[in-house]
Design a protein around this ligand. Sequence first.
Ligand SMILES: Nc1nc2c(ncn2[C@@H]2O[C@H](COP(=O)(O)OP(=O)(O)O)[C@@H](O)[C@H]2O)c(=O)[nH]1
Ligand SMILES: [Mg+2]
Length: 205
Amino acid sequence: MAVSDPTAGTAGTHGPVAAPDTVKILVAGGFGVGKTTLVGSVSEIAPLRTEEPLTVAGLDVDDLKGIEEKRTTTVALDFGRITIGGDLVLYLFGTPGQQRFWFMWNDLAVGALGAVVLIDVRRPEAGFSAIDFFERRGIPFVVGVNGFHGLHPYPAQEIRESLALPADVPVLLCDARERDSCRDVLIALIDRVIASVTPRPGPVD
Ligand SMILES: Nc1nc2c(ncn2[C@@H]2O[C@H](COP(=O)(O)OP(=O)(O)O)[C@@H](O)[C@H]2O)c(=O)[nH]1
Ligand SMILES: [Mg+2]
C-alpha cells in the first residue's frame, strides 16, 4: 500500500531496521476552512508555509464571505509530516484553496493515497468541489468538519446528508487548532485507505 524509501532505515551494527512506510496525503477544501491551521497543528516538523498577506487586489477575486477575519492565504502549498503508530509517516500536502489556484491540484494529487476534505461547519457547501475532485479520481477521502470556535452545531450524520456523502465516507467533527483532533481525522483516513485496498471477501459457495 505505502511507498517506502529503500535507502532509509539502516542502523550501524544492529543490522537493517525496517524502513518506515511513507504515505502522501492531501489536505484539501475551500478557501479559509483551516487547511493551513490543520497541517500546522499536527506537523512534527516546522511546517513549510507559503502564506502571503491577502491584498486589496484580491478582493474582487477571492470570496471572503463568512471568513472576513482571514488575513493571509496559501499561494503554493502547505507541507508537514506526522508519524503514526511509530512507523507510518504521513507527508501532508495542503492545497491552496482559491479557485484560481486549482490548476495545481492535479499535480499535487499525483501519488496521493488519500485526502482529508476539510470543511468549515459554517459553510459546508464550500467542500463540494473538493469532494467531487476526489470522487472522480477514486482517491479515498474523509471529511473533517472544522467547528470554528470549537462549536459543532450539527451532528456528523446531518452534515453527511447535506453533502450527499456515501455511507462509507467517514465524517469527523474536529478542531483544526487541536493536534489530537486532527490526528484522529488522519487515523480515520488511514483506515479508509486500507479498507479501500483490501479486497472484500467474495461470495461464499
Ligand atoms: N477560531 C478558529 N479559527 C480558525 C480555525 N481554523 C482556522 N482558523 C483561522 O481561520 C483563518 C483561515 O484558516 P487557514 O488555516 O489559513 O485556512 P486555509 O485557507 O484553509 O488554509 C485563519 O485566520 C485561522 O487562524 C478554528 O478551528 N477556529
Ligand atoms: Mg491555507
